[in-house]
Design a binder for this molecule. Sequence first.
Ligand code: HDE
Length: 710
Amino acid sequence: MAEDKPAARSGSFENLVSDYGAGGEFHQHAGEGDERLTTAQGVTIADNQNSLTSGTPGPTALEDFILREKIFHFDHERIPERVVHARGFGAHGLFECTKAIPEITRAAPFQKEGKITETFVRFSTVAGSKGSMDLARDVRGFAVKFYTDEGNWDLVGNNIPVFFIQDAIKFPDLIHSVKPEPDRGFPQAQSAHDNFWDFISLTPESMHMVMWQMSDRAIPRSFRFMEGFGVHTFRFVNAEGQSSFVKFHWKPKLGLQSVLWDEALKINGADPDRHRRDLWEAITAGDFPEWELGLQIFDEEFANRFDFDVLDPTKIIPEELVPLTIVGTLTLDRVVDNFFAETEQVAFCTQNVVPGIDFTDDPLLQGRNFSYLDTQLKRLGSPNFTKLPINAPRGCPVHNFQQDGHMQTSNRKGRVNYEPNGWGKGPRAHPLEGYVSYAVRNEGEKRRLRPESFADHYSQARQFFLSQTPVEQGHIRDALVFELSKCHEVEIRARIVAHLLNIDGALAQAVADGLGLTEMPEPAPAARPTRTDLPPSDALSMLKNPPPSFAGRTVGVLAGNGVEAELLTELRSILQAEGAMMKLVAPQVGGVTDSAGTLHPADEKLGGGPSVIFDAVAVLPGTDAAMLAANPAAQDFLTDAHAHCKFIAHRGAEPLIEACALGAKMDEGWVEIGSSSDIDGFVATCRGMRHWPREATLGGNPPLARTFSP
Ligand code: HDE
């Protein structure tokens, strides 16, 4: 067997190599350091490579407790994935109060300017399994755990401020409809199928959310460029017991940004982990993403002036009506040490609130308050999940008489395990500092009845659509046409168009045209006629709120050997000054040698780093111009960058440009760079993120031409 001996290795890998001894027996080198490999019982393991067998080879002995313990533990590594939001990624952070509001809430994080509260945030998609791709068209979860001085507060929100349904009892049906169809087990992580749109077409209250879901908000550039929303109206309560309503908004300091649908499709192939990789890379590079927490605070009397119900989770309150009060900044500054222990085992629960924060009678929120605790027990297997480090309160002690249960680690010492007790031992309730629910007067009949005030399903859907720029409206149309084209039942397509007729006639017409519907359906019967007088709200458009700079973005540079040394160095340093990054894509991952003879290792090999994963590109082929012009991956790189309206810097790239037949199509989004001032100009141009005027010239669907309205 000696001929199977592994090749000798050098350097730090040496001690990791298992090897054959001179006599042919297989053994392991001693590891470096004092740490010994042990069983879970603490017994030091002598051989971690070979099972205990009777004869060599021979049957494995049942008494090999080392093998059995190791495999047993492995067999039980998986826990049930979340029913929804299975695919997620978390990071640690800090919330700093920038404006104290003790007069409005007694909640600990908001009592003093400068007050820091530790947080853990988990972003997620809703529909896909744990192993699905990051860039599904989907709502993103934005769940924040605040480890406050008075207990844990979980704000379990989404990147869209409204929801599909008004009542928790409909949630299982909604989720069943979007998940893989039960007979065939597909499609994965997609709403583009009959079951989802069938359900939606029979659920008019979902139409507002559908407009958001079909917008580019559902294909974010990464977590760092998304807003977050608490969705429900919550209550704040101050130390005097006075209450106000509050809605929570997270605003990314880097601004909002999304990808195009064609990019999403390609990114899912090129890098299905795009969003988690992006967050990981940003945080480990010290480029910590930040969000401001904005609050919409209003009282009951003000709420009663709206003609919709603030307890209806399918409605927003436009920021123009109740502007945001910015009260703090969330900074994500630490990646997890272990994905399973932290991101997977974190247990968010909407009912985790602290003194100063209370619920409202939003029927969706009420249902959630039951569901989350229940789901954590199923997932984590024991009521003691609260004691896992990621879930345990950090800012305050925990004292109670809860005991035992699976995986108990911290039963109280001593005889007393009940309250009140005459032993004078143990924790007692504190009527003044403890959590007191806001005393809401509730009266009425016990019935199953949706409030009348929840009946308008179309007015805000229309308001959202009309608040978008023509480019954004075009994308909503395209998304609807794409999704409905994946529905095989013509009837389902027509039912959706019937709802769109209640939102905007031009949109309905454009979708019907895109689907090739032969007959325009009648508008869906509406419980309330659509209001046509709601003013557009600029806050609802992403493109009307452009990012402040190109910071946090990445330029992908396709370079060849002989690339001008100065150009490359300057581009990198000007991007750095902007807070942006440069990544090098080269024919070989070993890199390219510039005109001064310096080797630049590549970040990506050409083909493995397509332009869809960058925000803008530069094409600097150097002396490899002819070779790159003939390379299909280089052609895709440039053709896609153009088709996705990216800004493109170039120098000496004429052969590639001609090979892509783009010579005549070069517009203002193309910038030739030769000098530092050209590079400055290119980076300044990149602040616009995309050259949208190009979209209309690409031969796809032009921005929506509005023809008529309902
Ligand atoms: Fe959730 N939701 N949800 N949800 N949700 C879960 O809890 C549920 C809803 C949201 O990163 C589950 O721990 C019901 C709205 C996020 O761990 C489950 C209803 C909003 C996350 C559950 C809703 C959300 C979840 C699955 C209707 C936005 C991921 C795993 C009444 C405001 C949290 C889990 C994380 C997760 C139930 C509706 C956001 C099954 C019954 C509305 C961000 O308990």
